[in-house]
Ligand binder design. Sequence first.
Ligand code: ADP
Ligand code: MG
Length: 247
Amino acid sequence: MSNTDFALAVEDLSVSFDGFKAIDALTLYIDRNELRVIIGPNGAGKTTLLDLICGRTKASSGSIKFKNTEFSGMAEYRRVRLGIGRKFQTPSIYENLSVFKNLEVSYPAGRSVFGALAFRCTDEVKARVQGVAEEIGLADRLDAEAGLLSHGQKQWLEIGMLLMQDPELLMLDEPIAGMSSRERELTAELLKRICQNRAVIVIEHDMDFVKQIAHKVTVMHQGKILAEGPMDKVQADPKVIDVYLGH
Ligand code: ADP
Ligand code: MG
């Protein structure tokens, strides 16, 4: 496989905060339509890696290529336009707007043939809201105020807001934290569906959940990759057991 076939190619990436190397010469490749899970102890640099990919944090050195376009020096909003979607740990939905409105306002304005101002009324947007609402299991809650949803439903709504932009790489930081076991099951099914059309990177601690969804697992430790591969192989790796799974 040549480098151009990857959705994401991170090469020799480093970032230091006051001399502390949070990411240390890290190299990582994500295939198109791959669901990769990143695990590792607290402070390993998992969230920082996503910050670097989405452009929230500037790398000290190294390269991040998305669909073979170099991201270094590129503003966050431009990376979003090229197809990056990032969900943070705390959901950022509009609590006092309906589920429908939350999805509608997330539709990329410039994409409508009617232009930015008229975009809200188009059938194209409504159809897209309906499709995404079905995908995230909230089709029967479109009129509900978002603030009244359960914790899990709020997380799904935020994933839906990202799906409105049809990202080619979706990154989720600990998406099932605080969810009930039923909500976790539904989230696993949702993630398995959405990676059929895009690459997905998930940071997660729950090993049962990781087993259900991961194509491959990357284990991070001290800003580096400790192990990478299929879940069963990674789980049996003595280095991984020593720094992470044994605790
Ligand atoms: P993880 O998500 O794996 O728990 P993080 O990426 O949040 O780890 O953090 C990795 C390390 O980098 C931690 O030691 C953290 O304190 C440090 N760090 C992260 N962001 C910053 C920042 N903006 N300034 C200083 N230190 C940071
Ligand atoms: Mg983190």
